[in-house]
Write a protein that binds this ligand. Structure first.
Ligand SMILES: C[S@@+](CC[C@H](N)C(=O)[O-])C[C@H]1O[C@@H](n2cnc3c(N)ncnc32)[C@H](O)[C@@H]1O
Length: 446
């Protein structure tokens, strides 16, 4: 975690506390951070993400330290402070700095002033009894793993030998991975200009470059010029799998007689739409049900110099947007729990309810069935989710092929479990293997 430097810590703790409170009421980190002054955003994001990755521990510690849970905003301020104080390894702040700045944050907020002595007492006691308190809460699953109990149980049941690693990877800070826009440059050329500018990075996959140190996107050389796009290495497989299947099978494309028609059924913000267009000369129709998000697809296309037909519509309501001309390929990157990308969005685990899984499974099923109808015979549909839960992946597809006997499952990665290679641990001949969790199923229509 990067230590925020520029503003006094008490001020950052105050803002992080109010962001955490808003997340606990149901807002996403994206929404709450947008409301933070730009000068504070990076520092507050760093503190907020760290807290969310340790929220189970912090809440359990607070239960031991306070017989009665303090009211907001003191509750969230203590959670932020305890998440920082209980960090393993080298402490980010000394005991003195953290306690004095947390107390200062309380004193300067009228709603917390009266609780400043209580906050002081809780934190001082934590530091006095640190090891015993941490050992005490580590026997509780939520405190040990920092996920809700239902989430831990689901991952443990579905991956009996890998569940601990999956949960651990979700608590790490992710790498910043970019996809090179091969329409405008080559990976070698972009890599050379990065090296010339002193950046440290490695290659991953066919078009990926992974920065050693994340940077604000506008500072990534070539980003503003549309030479690259931020996209996780696991997500970079989507367009590649679908386009390679089409390239290998479609004689019309091979002879250059017909432009391949591709539907990106759930397209925003356009990461895979633009990749499809960079990867192969195809005609893409990009749908998304949210108007504002459609604008993001158009922005991404413009920056990267590609063109898609963007339509705001519910992909499953065919009568509202489809002209009855079948598509040669369909990409269905369906709405899901996002359980595979928790390292990038540490709020997701706390915002989701267990009941969301079955609701999303129904929505994915509706979208899959309708997307299948627009696919030409012989064409390919790539279904994908950024989830590790099997209901949204393997089980969804098993049920689909039982209902649709004209669907053939092709060779596919299936569940791609989140993976972090760890800096400095690689054998130099191997490329890093660091990606979020995804599920991919490639289906061909008989
Ligand atoms: C996982 S995101 C897609 C990410 C995108 N493919 C990318 O790579 O950048 C899912 C998207 O589906 C959209 N969506 C949800 N339900 C939809 C529906 N019924 N029809 C069309 N789009 C939908 C959401 O608004 C969201 O933007």
């Amino acid at each position: 975690m990067t230590k925020p430097q520029s503003l006094p810590l008490w001020q950052q703790l105050q803002t992080t506390q109010s962001c955490l409170h808003a997340v606990s009421l149901g807002s996403s980190t994206g929404q709450v951070l947008n409301a933070v002054a730009p000068s504070m955003r990076a520092g507050v994001q760093s503190l907020l993400f760290h807290t969310l990755r340790r929220l189970g521990t912090a809440r359990a510690l607070l239960k031991l330290l306070a017989t009665k849970a303090p009211k907001e905003p003191a509750y969230s301020l203590l959670c932020v402070s305890l998440a920082l104080a209980s960090t393993e390894g080298e402490p980010m702040y000394s005991e003195f700095t953290l306690v004095s700045q947390a107390v200062e944050a309380a004193k300067r907020e009228p709603l917390m002033q009266a609780q400043a002595p209580f906050i002081n007492a809780c934190l001082r006691r934590f530091f006095r009894e640190r090891d015993a308190l941490i050992e005490g809460v580590n026997t509780q699953l939520e405190a040990r793993w920092n996920y809700p109990a239902w989430w831990i149980a689901k991952v443990r049941d579905q991956y009996p030998t890998q569940w601990e690693r999956i949960l651990e990877v979700g608590n790490l800070a992710p790498p910043m991975t970019l996809r090179v826009n091969v329409l405008r440059t080559t990976r070698e050329d972009l890599a050379k200009s990065w090296t010339d500018q002193g950046l440290q990075f490695s290659k991953q996959g066919v078009q990926g470059l992974v920065l050693e140190q994340p940077l604000p996107v506008h500072l990534v050389p070539g980003f503003e010029q549309g030479l690259c796009t931020v996209q996780d290495a696991g997500a970079q497989l989507g367009a590649q799998i679908l386009m390679d299947a089409i390239r290998g099978s479609n004689p019309a494309q091979r002879e250059g007689q017909k432009r391949i028609k591709v539907l990106d059924a759930c397209a925003a913000p356009g990461g895979k739409t633009t990749h499809l267009l960079e990867y192969m000369d195809v005609q893409v129709t990009a749908l998304d049900v949210v108007q504002d998000r459609c604008a993001k697809v158009l922005d991404s296309c413009e920056r990267l110099g590609v063109t898609a037909e963007v339509i705001c519509a519910d992909a499953a309501q065919l009568e509202t947007w489809w002209d009855k001309e079948p598509f040669d390929a369909v990409l269905l990157d369906a709405p899901c729990t996002a359980s595979g990308i928790v390292r990038r969005h540490p709020d997701i685990r706390w915002l989701r309810r267990e009941s969301d899984v079955s609701q999303l499974v129904l929505e994915q099923r509706r979208l899959l069935d309708k997307s299948w109808q627009v696919l030409a015979r012989g064409g390919y549909l790539l279904y994908c989710t950024c989830s590790v839960f099997k209901q949204e992946g393997e089980l969804q597809i098993q049920s689909f092929v039982t209902r649709n006997t004209d669907a053939v499952i092709c060779v596919q990665p299936g569940h791609l479990l989140p993976c972090a290679s760890g800096k400095g641990t690689l054998v130099t001949d191997n490329e890093p293997n660091d990606h979020d969790g995804f599920f991919y199923a490639l289906l061909q229509k008989k």
